[in-house]
Design a protein around this ligand. Structure first.
Ligand code: 5GP
Length: 195
């Protein structure tokens, strides 16, 4: 098991409805030393890729993205969630269905913050069905920039998102891929990681 898988086993809680709670270390309380290890690992996995900007999505992605960005020496832009938009002209907008909250949000990024020359690493905490990622990818594409890579902390491999994103040809690296999890006894199994 790698450092993140260990942490998930020790402190994650499997809930009904395919939800893994990681609020002791990832998306409520945040373990910055762990985020730092994640940053090191992403830097290692994307060492051959040119990246000049990180994009993530409000809210849980922001903390991880900021610590990861220190390993790439690049700025972070986060897509804001907003229900009503009245400044459309200056914004890239994508519709994202929330896995955890079961509602639709528009996510927005100011047009001045992404340029066609940008080579972007997308970072997020979870990958489930891939809606959040597809929203971010469409914003990057709308800006004419390049998705150079995608880094996810926890991918739920039994949901479709990973397959969809990899089939689209994107380079997706997930630090922990959950193969299965059982809410009855709390067992979590992972898919093997690259060595
Ligand atoms: P997707 O758009 O891929 O279906 O879901 C990704 C988003 O939903 C992530 O940004 C994350 O915030 C949230 N999410 C999805 N699955 C889980 C989960 O099992 N646990 C938690 N805590 N958040 C999740």
């Amino acid at each position: 098991m790698n450092f993140l898988e260990k942490k998930i086993v020790e402190q994650g809680v499997v809930e009904k409805g395919n939800v893994l709670k990681v609020d002791r270390f990832l998306n409520h309380q945040m373990d910055i030393e762990l985020f730092n290890e994640m940053g090191k690992e992403f830097k290692k996995r994307f060492k051959d890729v040119e990246i000049n900007k990180i994009i993530t999505i409000e809210a849980s992605g922001i903390g991880i993205a900021c610590v990861v960005a220190q390993h790439f020496n690049v700025p972070v832009v986060f897509a804001k969630k907003s229900k009503s938009i009245n400044i459309e002209g200056e914004m890239y907008i994508a519709e994202v269905e929330s896995f955890t909250h079961k509602c639709k949000n528009q996510v927005i990024v100011s047009k001045k913050l992404i340029n066609p020359e940008d080579k972007i690493l997308i970072i997020d905490d979870f990958l489930a069905n891939g809606c959040a990622l597809q929203g971010l990818i469409s914003i990057v594409n709308d800006a004419g920039a390049e998705v150079a890579g995608i880094g996810i902390a926890i991918e739920k491999g039994f949901q479709n998102g990973g397959k969809i994103i990899r089939n689209l040809g994107y380079r997706l690296e997930s630090l922990a891929i959950v193969q299965s999890m059982d809410p009855e006894n709390g067992t979590i199994k992972f898919l093997p990681q690259p060595v």
